[in-house]
Unconditional design. Structure first.
Length: 421
């Protein structure tokens, strides 16, 4: 038949039709960025430069992630939090509810205020908010027994825990290189904690690391990673909802869960009152929580997961630099004490940071290899068919001449013994 009959829809273009997207591929902007590093699609044009908005969002993200632990450290008295540990989280949730509803009413009037209390979405947001409230409570518990640098380093275990969770929930596995880098991160974090604890003990100061703090951090990371997986799975239906409405709905259950945890587990609050131990520093901690929450929602709309992971790693360096270079100069008017520079601690900080960046880049390489393999598979799948067609067109005339020669009685060449070859 004609070529158009052999390849329907191809004669006009001269090439096979493009394959559809692989199964499970998502399109559109999700409420949250993907959990693991994922590069831009291969078909997208290479950017000529980093947009100014992305640079600004990255700087804000690093600043918030590094200042928040520093502010909590400054609020300590003799190495301990003098107030109810999770009381700033409760105040933060209450302020966020008021801000979210106020902004909704300012921009959309009564309709926006009504959307903040829409029952169907409120129920979905509340389930995830309960887990987020547990994460905040555990964060304050861990920060009460360790320094900001140690906490931020141990927080990088979220990469390993996220990889395990999405393996179980989605069946998405990491490459051998990624598992090796994750194991290196875990070992580097352990080495840093041991070195930091040994240095603190030898100097006679209070320990900045404790086993209870490690358990609190691991539990906090587990809740945060689980929340991120669930949010990506269940909140995609509400990705077009304004951010202030999302905050208002999330913080409703967040508020009551935080308050219940505080009244249940914090004896200082039940015995001496909710605001016992509060001062100006505690108010700054509450403000830091508000800034951290809103900046996370706003900034992550601009940053992808690659820059987010790198920003978390850069925050480690910022906190360590503050402890070593700046804290001592502020000790005259702030209750903060600087740390002595030690080469072994500095090297372990850099090892953790570089391995986190390596894991992020390994995720990019894996995704890029998968896309290249998919494209190569398409070419190989079509190439044999085209080759067979070309070979068939070349072989037909040769076969015709040979058949005509045999029918005319043509014989083969003869050897000296008379046998045909």
């Amino acid at each position: 038949g004609s070529r158009s009959e052999e390849w329907p829809g191809v004669a006009s273009r001269g090439r096979p039709p493009a394959d559809p997207l692989p199964a499970g591929a998502m399109s559109g902007n999700d409420l949250r960025q993907s959990l693991l590093p994922r590069p831009a699609t291969a078909s997208a044009p290479a950017p000529r430069g980093i947009p100014l908005a992305t640079v600004g969002a990255f700087v804000v993200f690093v600043a918030v992630r590094s200042v928040h632990p520093i502010v909590i450290d400054i609020s300590k008295t003799d190495g301990k939090l003098p107030y109810g540990k999770a009381t700033p989280c409760v105040i933060n949730s209450a302020v966020d509810i008021v801000l979210g509803n106020g902004i909704a009413y300012l921009f959309r009037g009564a309709e926006g205020l009504k959307q903040c209390w829409e029952p169907k979405s409120l129920k979905v947001f509340s389930i995830i908010a309960v887990l987020y409230a547990f994460g905040d409570f555990l964060e304050m518990q861990s920060m009460s027994v360790m320094g900001g640098a140690a906490y931020q380093i141990l927080l990088q275990s979220k990469l390993l825990i996220t990889a395990l969770i999405i393996w179980v929930v989605r069946g998405q596995r990491q490459s051998t290189l990624q598992w090796n880098v994750l194991l290196t991160i875990a070992l580097a974090m352990s080495a840093f904690c041991l070195i930091d604890e040994g240095n603190t003990s030898s100097s006679g100061g209070g320990g900045s690391f404790a086993m209870t703090g490690l358990l609190f951090v691991i539990a906090k990371v587990f809740f945060s990673c689980l929340c991120a997986v669930l949010a990506e799975k269940y909140l995609k239906a509400y990705k077009d909802m304004p951010i202030y409405t999302q905050v208002a709905q999330l913080k409703f259950a967040w508020l009551w869960t935080s308050l219940a945890l505080t009244l249940t587990f914090d004896r200082q609050v039940t015995e001496f009152g909710f605001f016992n131990g509060w001062d100006a520093r505690t108010c700054v901690v509450g403000l830091s929580w508000v800034c951290k929450g809103w900046s996370t929602f706003l900034v992550l709309k601009t940053l992808d997961s690659v820059l987010k992971n790198i920003g978390e790693a850069v925050a480690i360096v910022v906190i360590y630099a503050f402890d070593v270079l700046i804290a001592e100069s502020l000790s005259g008017f702030l209750p903060v004490h600087g740390k002595e520079f030690r080469l072994d601690t500095c090297l372990m900080v850099l090892v953790v940071v570089l391995t986190v960046v390596t894991y992020t880049l390994a995720g990019q390489a894996k995704s890029g290899s998968a896309k290249a393999a998919y494209a190569l598979g398409r070419e190989r799948r079509w190439a044999p068919i085209s080759a067979r067609r070309r070979e068939g067109h070349r072989a037909r005339p040769a076969f015709g001449f040979a058949a005509l020669f045999l029918l005319m009685g043509g014989g083969g060449a003869r050897t000296h013994s008379g046998a045909s070859v």
